[in-house]
Design a protein around this ligand. Structure first.
Ligand SMILES: C[S@@+](CC[C@H](N)C(=O)[O-])C[C@H]1O[C@@H](n2cnc3c(N)ncnc32)[C@H](O)[C@@H]1O
Length: 234
């Protein structure tokens, strides 16, 4: 022992690799949207905290959707809630392109997209207590036992969520993979920074206001039941 403190454990994408980088093809329309609209509606990933009110040109409650896929839910919520700043983080360019096309066709001004690993966004880019609601809808379930370390819901992720959620803010997770639902419940119940809105150990009824996602539809077709979990930041 030389008396120096151990290096601080860093929360980087290396700690949870919850996605596979695909050489995803984008359609011509998505490529066009990425070139034309990303400068306007995208927020470049930053290793330093950004000013959300400058990014949205106004001060308003902020919701964050992590892994928004093609963005249908993100845009639906933004349209229904013009009073909210809606932020989305997604790693796949095709999803970003798809969402940009929707932002333009719906004339939305309250959406911003981050094309980057949400783990790093949680760690570096967002100010502590700056977000009112976080949605994690149908994250990849990584069903094989050897892949469970890739599940995004685990202590490092929850630390990032706890950091940026303001007290009273809500983390909303949903999954159609029953065993991942139990896993989420176990991790969240064990974390005293969050209180279960449905009461200890319980899943919440599916909130009417939550739009059906593409992966949820797929799960329903396969006969899967859906678990919604809502936790408040203490
Ligand atoms: C199973 S899909 C669900 C998409 C959408 N939420 C839905 O329900 O239709 C999971 C999505 O999360 C994205 N994703 C996974 N890990 C991520 C991360 N660390 N940061 C950002 N996006 C991520 C994937 O690219 C994928 O689009």
């Amino acid at each position: 022992m030389d008396g120096t403190a151990p290096p601080e454990r860093r929360l980087t994408s290396r700690s949870i690799r919850s996605f596979v980088v695909r050489n995803g093809r984008t359609t011509a329309a998505q490529t066009d949207a990425l070139e034309r609209l990303l400068p306007q509606f995208g927020l470049p990933y930053s290793q330093t905290v950004i000013d959300l009110s400058a990014a949205f040109n106004r001060q308003a409650p902020t919701w964050l959707e992590i892994g928004f896929g093609n963005g249908d839910v993100l845009l639906e919520l933004a349209e229904r809630h013009p009073e909210v700043n809606v932020l989305g983080a997604e790693v796949h360019a095709s999803g970003i392109g798809h969402a940009l096309i929707g932002i333009e066709s719906r004339s939305l001004s309250n959406v911003r997209l981050i094309h980057h690993d949400a783990m790093e966004v949680l760690e570096h880019m967002l100010e502590p207590g700056s977000v009112d609601r976080i949605l994690l809808l149908f994250p990849d379930p990584w069903p094989k036992k050897r892949h469970r370390k890739r599940r995004i819901v685990q202590p490092d992720f929850l630390s990032g969520v706890a950091r940026i959620l303001q007290p009273g803010g809500v983390l909303h997770c949903a999954t159609d993979w029953a065993e991942y639902g139990e896993w989420m419940l176990e991790h969240l119940e064990a974390d005293d920074r969050f209180a279960n809105s449905a009461g200890p150990g319980k899943a919440s009824p599916r909130p009417d206001w939550r739009p059906v996602t593409r992966f949820e539809q797929r799960g329903r077709r396969l006969g899967h039941s859906v678990t919604d979990l809502l936790y408040t930041r203490c």
